[in-house]
Structures are given as C-alpha cells and as structure tokens.
Write a protein that binds this ligand. Structure first.
Ligand code: XIL
Length: 342
C-alpha cells in the first residue's frame, strides 16, 4: 500500500505507539506495525497476572517476545503496568496462613499483613524493573488508582483497603531505586479529562511529590468516543499537570463510535457519516497534540487496526471501530485526517 508512515509523519513531534499481543509480532499485523509505529506496549503480557502469576514464579516468555520485537524493529517500548487492581494474582492478597488478608480483624495481624503486602509489591517492582530497565522508555507504575465515587476519591481496591496510599509510594520508590534516575515513572488513568477526577489525581500527585515520591508524569489513557470529551478538556488536563512540572503521555488512545451510555450496535453497517465524524475528531485531537508537544512526549494507541480492539467486548459485545485502520488493515478516513489534516 502506497501510504505514508504514521510515525514518520509525526517524527518532529512525538513517537507514535500501539499496544500489541505477542502473537501480533508475526504476520500481516507485524508488517503494519513496523511501517506505522515506532513505539509499542504490551496489551496484556506485562500486567502483574501475566508476568508474576504466583509468588515464586515469573512468566517472562510473552513479555520478552514483545521486548525482542521492539529491539529488532528499532521501536521504543513502554511498560504497562507494575500495579493494578485487576489482572493481578490473588496470591498478593492471601496471608501466610492461606487466609484472605481483607478478612483479618486483629489489628496486630492487619499491620503484619500490610507489611507483607508491601514487601511483595516491593519485590515484584524491583524484579521487573531490574530486568527491563534498559529497554523501557516510560513505565506505568500504577494504573487507575483514583475513583471519584469511592471514599476519599481513592479507588477502594484491595491495595488501598490494606495499605492506604502506601502502596503507591512503595511502588514508585522501589521502581526508582531499582531502575535509577534515568527511568521515567508515570501514574496512569482513564477519564483524566474530567475536571473532578483530574483534580483528585492532581492533589494525590502533589502530595506525593511533596513527600519526595519520584513521579515523572501522568499517563492519560484517552479511551474517548466520537461524542465526548471535547478536545479542550483533554488538553486542559495536560496543562494542569504541566503546572507541577510533570510530563504527559497519551497511553491508550482509541475512539469509540458510541456514546458511553449507548448500548446500540452498528453490526455490519457502520454509517459513513460516523466514520467521517471520527476522522474529524481525530484530526482536531492530533492538531491539538502537535501544538502541545512541549508537554506531551508520547502518543500510543490501544491497538492498531479494528480487527483487534478491546472495545468490541467492552462495555458490551458489538461492532467497534476505534482505530485508524479497519478490520482488513486498510487506512480509514481517520488515518488520512491525521496524516493530511488540510
Ligand atoms: C484491556 C485489554 O485490552 C484486554 O485485552 C484485557 O482483556 C483487559 O484489559 N485500561 C487499561 C488496559 O489500562 O490495561 C485495558 O486493557 C483497557 C483499559
């Protein structure tokens, strides 16, 4: 196909990335990736449950495959994610007697459990960071720790219920110690455009920075739709974090065809005007990103083509087409809108 390379088009601005699975390092998908992106991230292979399924066992194989693919093709690599409340082995939260830590009522044992959990986390972070510290340009240290509807605006995960915000502090400090000064550490979340959520993240990060916790920037997942949010809100959020001297990354970009609370399904007939609207939105977004290149250092899509997108199963099973290439890997109107914005 005689089309421009996406990452070359943006070479003066920021790397362009995509999330991938190990099986996509071969075949047609791999060719598409090699042409268009100069950064990759593991869609699942580096999450805690995949990379550290039981306490004494690390599963490096799938993660290493992705590292290898990046090296062979001169792509930068980012890491997703050292800590999360989901896709994490249950073993983290079971005490030495085989009992769920959360059921403990004796205060002395609660404190012992908290220490055990933080030690496990510290060991997980140091082991993973030590192995990949020279391969990764940016690390998602924690993912989705803010939840405006939970008490204190902190997600009421087992991590938070058992340790408060100590787990966040432990993860960042361990990563810095294991990886050294040059590695870049991020707090990643979705809905960072929402001013309420944005301010909760801002307050948390500010408090941690004041305590000397090493945080370099904010990862904005940017799972958006053709209807929401307005580009201005996305950009305002980056500007807000830049006030703290922080970097910003777009970590999981995709653009659903449906409004968030809409449960309809286009099936086999995605209307042309919907794809055109998507193109217009993508154009506006990337023009805004370019203008903010001083505070935005990477733009990473959550996938590359519509044949493989987590949104086709979330929040319901249906036809989705959130990316720049369609389900037969051809460039969509959104691709052309970005590479040729006039
Ligand atoms: C998703 C993957 O794409 C799916 O394959 C998996 O089944 C669930 O997780 N926010 C994140 C990502 O931070 O890790 C999620 O990835 C998508 C939402």
């Amino acid at each position: 196909q005689d089309i421009p390379s996406l990452h070359e088009v943006f070479a003066d601005y920021f790397p362009i990335g995509a999330a991938i699975e190990p099986f996509q390092t071969k075949g047609l998908k791999a060719e598409l990736l090699k042409k268009h992106v100069n950064m990759i991230v593991a869609e699942n292979a580096m999450k805690p449950s995949s990379i550290h399924p039981t306490e004494d066992q690390y599963n490096w194989g799938p993660a290493d495959q992705i590292v290898q693919f990046a090296k062979e093709n001169n792509m930068q690599l980012r890491f997703h994610t050292l800590v999360w409340h989901t896709q994490v082995g249950d073993w983290f939260f079971i005490d030495r007697d085989g009992k769920p830590m959360i059921d403990e009522t004796d205060p002395a044992k609660q404190e012992a459990n908290k220490q055990l959990l933080l030690e496990r986390l510290d060991s997980h972070v140091r082991t993973v960071v030590s192995r990949y510290k020279d391969d990764i340009v940016s690390w998602d240290v924690v993912n989705e720790v803010i939840e405006p509807n939970d008490p204190d605006g902190m997600r009421a995960s087992l991590w938070y219920q058992l340790t408060g915000t100590d787990y966040i502090e432990t993860a960042f400090r361990a990563a810095r110690e294991a990886g050294g000064e040059h590695i870049k550490l991020y707090i990643n979340d979705y809905g960072t455009d929402d001013p309420t959520k944005r301010e909760l993240i801002y307050e948390l990060v500010k408090e941690l920075l004041d305590k000397g916790v090493p945080i370099d920037g904010v990862g904005h997942q940017t799972h958006i739709s053709i209807h929401w949010p307005p580009t201005d809100l996305v950009i305002e959020s980056m500007e807000r974090f830049a006030e703290l001297g922080l970097d910003n990354i777009v970590t999981e970009l995709d653009m659903s065809l449906y409004a968030w609370n809409d449960r309809s399904d286009f099936g086999d007939n995605i209307p042309e005007d919907v794809l055109n609207k998507q193109a217009t939105r993508y154009r506006e977004l990337f023009e805004a990103f370019k203008a903010k290149q001083d505070i935005l250092s990477e733009v990473v899509f959550w996938g590359i083509a519509d044949d493989h997108t987590w949104l086709s199963g979330f929040p319901i099973k249906r036809t989705e087409a959130p990316l720049l290439f369609n389900d037969v890997l051809h460039a969509k109107p959104a691709f052309w809108a970005i590479v040729d914005p006039e």
